[in-house]
Design a binder for this molecule. Structure first.
Ligand code: SF4
Ligand code: SF4
Ligand code: SF4
Length: 177
């Protein structure tokens, strides 16, 4: 099993409902976020294209944040989800420095935090909060190894990209183009 996400950049309207849902579901303190929305403009006038997309930890298959963690607090669980065990984290910040996606932050309680793919919901058969709340249904989550999963179906007949593939981290979030 290999959990991943596909996010349709043609359907995201940049409403940030995913950010609010994540903050509520995961008690993310005010002023911090586990997911965020970016806007990029490509091309030159008059052929300009705006891309809105929601970003978070890519749950990389080759995660430098796990390799560099001196205590083992950063680790990978079944399905490839990358987590931080809060009471084993000494807050050294090595993982924050190693992440090419700026996906981690120092929690005011002294540990490092980031997206968990809502593992607490997924392990009960649910969907991540951000995916469930999206009003345009632009996010698809599931097992990339299962051809019938929502995420595999979303990737089937579309072009897609991952972010910063050159970093070699093998991100598991794909953006439909
Ligand atoms: Fe680690 Fe960053 Fe990859 Fe998440 S996106 S697994 S924090 S390297
Ligand atoms: Fe590991 Fe915590 Fe240091 Fe990150 S801040 S590398 S999770 S001990
Ligand atoms: Fe937040 Fe869960 Fe979505 Fe990750 S999967 S961004 S923790 S709501």
């Amino acid at each position: 099993m290999r959990y991943g996400m596909a996010i349709d950049t043609k359907k995201c309207v940049g409403c940030s409902d995913c950010v609010v849902a994540c903050q509520t579901e995961n008690d993310v303190p005010l002023g911090y976020c586990r997911d965020w929305v970016t806007e990029t403009v490509a091309g030159t006038y008059p052929n300009v294209e705006l891309e809105l997309r929601t970003e978070r930890c890519n749950h990389c298959d080759n995660p430098p944040c796990v390799r560099c963690c001196p205590t083992g607090a950063s680790h990978v669980i079944q399905g490839g989800i990358v987590l931080v065990t809060h009471n084993e984290c000494i807050g050294c910040g090595a993982c924050i420095q190693s992440c090419p996606y700026d996906a981690r932050f120092s929690h005011p309680n002294g540990y490092v935090d980031k997206c968990t793919f809502c593992a607490h919901l997924v392990e009960k058969g649910g969907q991540p909060a951000c995916v469930a709340v999206c009003p345009t249904k632009c996010m698809f989550f599931g097992d990339l190894d299962d051809p019938d999963s929502d995420v595999s179906a979303a990737l089937k007949n579309r072009r897609y990209k991952a972010l910063a593939p050159e970093a070699g981290t093998k991100p598991q979030i794909y953006y439909l183009l």
